[in-house]
Design a protein around this ligand. Structure first.
Ligand SMILES: C[S@@+](CC[C@H](N)C(=O)[O-])C[C@H]1O[C@@H](n2cnc3c(N)ncnc32)[C@H](O)[C@@H]1O
Length: 192
């Protein structure tokens, strides 16, 4: 039907989930750096081992309350952390097998509370430093809003310079959309 809006099945976040699934099968230490409404935390919990431990960060209490509700079934393996992901090393002391950032602001929440370029970059650097060999980090960026564009530019600059002997960095973007469409980056630690 003309003008009908069909469900997207190849969005950046769907692609992130698909690509993380295989790694999750053996992952023990998992980080959701931006828990938000809990959809990603739930995905990580549903697709990981019983013995996995998921650290889910958010700076908004309401976001973690929402996440707690939807991951209720998996509460034994999900640790909700009301703190910035920039403090990741205070909580996660082992190598990280799988991590994800779904940047920006909480859908349906206060758009002024959004991830910030500097702290995001710092947290991404810390997590990359702690990735296990064969570990995978997925970052969904939103260059369509002001802070998101800053964040996107800084991240791309950093990611494109990661040494290829140690990391493979891939990018998934919408070729026929405007430059405002979300872009997914995947960083795999391929060698120690
Ligand atoms: C796009 S939402 C995440 C969506 C979420 N993963 C989901 O499945 O619903 C981004 C989240 O990042 C959170 N956030 C912003 N700055 C943060 C920070 N420094 N540390 C941790 N979370 C942060 C926001 O509060 C917001 O809930």
């Amino acid at each position: 039907m003309a003008g009908e809006c069909l469900m997207q099945t190849i969005s950046a976040i769907d692609a992130a989930h698909e690509l993380l699934k295989k790694k999750l099968q053996n992952a023990l230490t998992i980080v959701d750096a931006t828990a938000g409404n809990g959809n990603d935390t739930l995905f990580l919990a549903q697709n990981s081992l019983e013995s996995a431990h998921i650290y889910a960060f958010d700076i908004q209490k309401s976001a973690l309350e929402r996440t707690a509700e939807i991951v209720e079934l998996y509460r034994n393996k999900v640790q909700l952390i009301l703190d910035s992901h920039v403090n990741v090393e205070k909580y996660v002391v082992t190598r990280i097998d799988v991590a994800m950032f779904n940047l920006g602001y909480l859908p349906g929440g206060d758009h002024a509370i959004t991830t910030q370029a500097e702290s995001t970059l710092e947290a991404v650097m810390k997590i990359i430093d702690c990735l296990a060999t064969n570990g995978l980090l997925a970052i969904t960026t939103y260059p369509g809003h002001e802070e998101g564009l800053l964040e996107y530019n800084q991240l791309v600059e950093y990611l494109r310079n990661l040494p290829m002997q140690e990391f493979t960095v891939a990018c998934y973007s919408m070729l026929n959309h405007t430059i405002k469409a979300p872009v997914l980056y995947l960083i795999e630690k391929v060698r120690r």
